[in-house]
Design a protein. Structure first.
Length: 385
């Protein structure tokens, strides 16, 4: 008796929303309540809050505001606990941080009809998202990002991850959040380097997708550096919109292929973060990675010297340091990041470059000798500036 293969296929509709507000936990602000009520659960919904310790220190009333907000809306919300976790990239390097979140989910009986609400920067959101995705095979998550980088990039995607084996994002999941809520009040207390850092992701997406958006960033470089909120809010909104459009319309939301244009500049960024023991902010490393890759693109004839100069000048005008924090003997170690990037993607090496501002260009080979020339050229440019 011959048994034929059994084949089935199914599709799942994913939907999530990004909201913008100010003073999320102020009395009278109904956005969080409205988001949770949209789940259409008759009984009150249990919430477990995971909060970046740095955010809590910068906003000392936050924990009390959250509890008060939930108490005033107790017909719909149940505040189980607010757990503080370390912030910064190091939170993704320690498995005990994931275990801390999983322990909270277990102790407070957070089920698949409850919500984890994470408040913090991109690294905390990545880590908590990973924990939420593996608990009960996935509990619902609301992200409340508190940095420029997390509001315009890290929190608006569908990826969650932690670092392992010395590699960035080695462990992770694809899991859509229930919603993301951007509160501009959190940006006001950022250090200058964190304010600037997130602009790198906007520059990235503008360079590969939208010449006019890059022109806006260039024209407003001084305003962005000077912390003008209107300019920053537009950059965050536009960057997040383009990121979400790429996920929904790009044809590969869970990255089964080899091309990942949103990782433009990231092969070097990920390696530089690791080589500096994550003293570099992610956005700072991305800015350096973009600067290196566009220099390489100029050397192989994809962009002109004028285009290269313009982009580097914009990076500097915003306040980025584009020097590479490595010694001569560390260049080969940096270049190993290219192969590690291929391993992370799997399959054929695909590095996104640009063939003009707003024009992405994928290549499948990188000349290590020309990349070394790009490192030297970028070093010389940085010295001149």
């Amino acid at each position: 008796m011959e048994l034929k293969p059994i084949r089935q296929s199914f599709s799942v509709q994913y939907e999530y929303q990004l909201f913008f507000t100010q003073g999320l936990f102020q009395i009278g602000n109904s956005i969080l309540l409205d988001v949770l009520k949209s789940y259409k659960k008759e009984a009150p919904i249990k919430l477990l809050f995971i909060i970046d310790n740095g955010v809590s220190e910068a906003h000392p009333e936050l924990v009390n505001q959250i509890r008060r907000y939930c108490d005033l809306n107790s017909n719909h919300l149940i505040h189980t606990q607010s757990i503080l976790v370390d912030g910064g990239e190091q939170v993704k390097n320690k498995t005990e941080c994931v275990e801390q979140v999983l322990k909270g989910i277990n102790e407070y009986a957070i089920c698949r009809h409850s919500f984890v609400v994470v408040i913090g920067g991109g690294a905390v959101i990545d880590m908590v998202g990973y924990a939420a995705a593996i608990a009960h095979r996935g509990v619902k998550l609301i992200r409340i990002p508190t940095t420029v980088l997390s509001q315009n990039d890290a929190a608006v995607g569908v990826k969650n991850s932690i670092n392992a084996f010395g590699k960035k994002n080695f462990l992770g999941t694809f899991a859509t959040p229930f919603a993301i809520i951007n509160d501009s009040d959190f940006l006001k207390t950022l250090e200058q380097r964190d304010w600037i850092s997130g602009i790198a992701e906007a520059i990235k997406v503008a360079l590969i997708k939208d010449k006019e958006f890059f022109a806006y960033i260039a024209e407003n470089a001084s305003a962005l550096k000077a912390r003008k909120m209107d300019a920053m809010q537009y950059v965050i909104y536009k960057c997040a919109e383009m990121h979400m459009q790429h996920i929904s319309q790009g044809g590969d939301p869970f990255e089964s292929g080899s091309s990942r244009p949103l990782d433009f500049g990231h092969w070097a960024a990920h390696k530089l973060e690791h080589m500096t023991n994550y003293e570099l902010r992610h956005g700072e490393a991305v800015a350096k990675g973009i600067a290196l890759d566009i220099t390489y693109a100029q050397l192989i004839g994809l962009i002109s010297q004028e285009e290269l100069q313009h982009i580097l000048d914009v990076l500097l005008a915003i306040g980025f340091d584009i020097t590479l924090p490595i010694q001569e003997e560390e260049i080969d170690a940096l270049l190993k990041g290219i192969e590690e990037f291929r391993e992370h993607l799997g399959g054929q090496l695909t590095i996104t470059l640009i063939s003009g501002i707003g024009k992405k260009h994928d290549v499948h080979e990188i000349s290590l000798e020309i990349m070394k020339q790009a490192i030297e050229k970028l070093k010389a440019y940085a010295i001149l500036k």
